[in-house]
Design a protein around this ligand. Structure first.
Ligand code: COA
Length: 273
């Protein structure tokens, strides 16, 4: 499938998916949801992609759902509206949440409404200080629908979720970092460099350990303590099989031989350069 709404590039183990409808501020139309579904499926099994970065072209990261092609044009097509809603919720939700590789949202500009679920679905988020975020739904008489309310409940403090959800006021990247919606905000001129530094750092770590880190955190959120302990124990055994016990023999083994200090540096970085 060739993409009409996305750009896909790969370099040094990092795949960058760029939402590419700059004239429409990268609003998510039905085609974009279909293409993101396919692109993420491809990257899931692509050995050249160890980390996935999602960003936008032009002045926007993503202006949310396409208000015309999704909400308006599909008004009298309930089955198609339902089909696209399911795709839209799935790729920004379960697919990103449990994606087998680390994901980073690189927020370069406007980020509204439905785009909050992309940011929340990614493991990490780095934004330009100059980016503009907003839960604009209330401004056009809607509410943060689809997966957005759940994304807010998952990530934001209650006061912030309701403040921004009810006022619809825009805020910048620095504020997004302050309220914990993103990890860090940097000047736009430095955004790509800073994001790629983080992506390269992750690409240099053990992929099974990274996946276990994601799974342990995300599944624990919805488990009782006892279930989480049991899951963690099973996960530890899974890692032994996947890595042929490398976390013990190499990871801990090389520390015990005095070869490196894991508190300060990564095993694979030290040993693979
Ligand atoms: N859905 C569909 N089209 C959108 C869109 C959206 N969410 N956001 C922007 N566009 C389109 C505009 O209709 C316009 O199309 P046109 O050139 O064919 O008329 C084009 O993108 C540029 O938008 P414009 O408003 O002229 O650009 P801007 O840079 O001045 O402002 C925004 C950008 C994002 C601030 C503004 O377009 C906006 O408020 N969009 C709605 C954002 C929103 O509420 N999203 C939540 C959806 S859940």
């Amino acid at each position: 499938m060739s993409f009409e709404t996305l750009l896909l590039e790969k370099q040094d183990g990092i795949a960058t998916v760029t939402l590419n409808r700059p004239n429409k501020r990268n609003a998510m139309n039905p085609r974009l949801h279909e293409e993101m579904t396919v692109a993420l499926e491809q990257l899931r099994y692509d050995n050249e992609a160890r980390v996935v970065v999602i960003t936008g072209s032009g002045p926007a990261f993503c202006a949310g759902m396409d208000l015309k092609e999704f909400f308006s044009d599909l008004k009298s097509k309930p089955a198609e509206y339902d089909r696209i809603t399911r795709l839209a919720v799935e790729w920004r939700g379960r697919t990103l949440r449990y994606f087998p590789k680390p994901t980073i949202a690189m927020i370069n500009g406007f980020c509204f409404g439905g785009a909050f679920s992309i940011v929340e679905g990614c493991d990490l988020a780095i934004a330009a200080e100059e980016a503009t975020f907003g839960l604009s739904e209330v401004n056009f008489k809607l509410f943060p629908g689809g997966s957005v309310s759940k994304s807010l409940a998952n990530l934001l403090r209650p006061r912030d979720a309701l403040w921004y959800g009810m006022t619809g006021r825009p805020f910048d990247g620095k504020r997004a970092a302050e309220i914990g919606f993103i990890n860090v905000a940097v000047p736009l001129a430095k955004l790509r460099e800073e994001t790629m530094n983080v992506a390269r750092e992750l690409a240099g770590k053990d992929p099974f350990a990274l996946k276990a880190t994601k799974d342990g955190y995300r599944h624990s959120l919805e488990m009782t303590w006892d279930a989480a302990m049991s899951y963690s124990s099973a996960k530890e055994m899974e890692l032994v099989v996947q890595q042929n016990d490398a976390w013990r023999t190499e990871g801990i083994g090389d520390f015990l031989k005095g070869k490196y200090r894991p508190g300060l540096e990564s095993h694979d970085k030290v040993h693979k350069g």
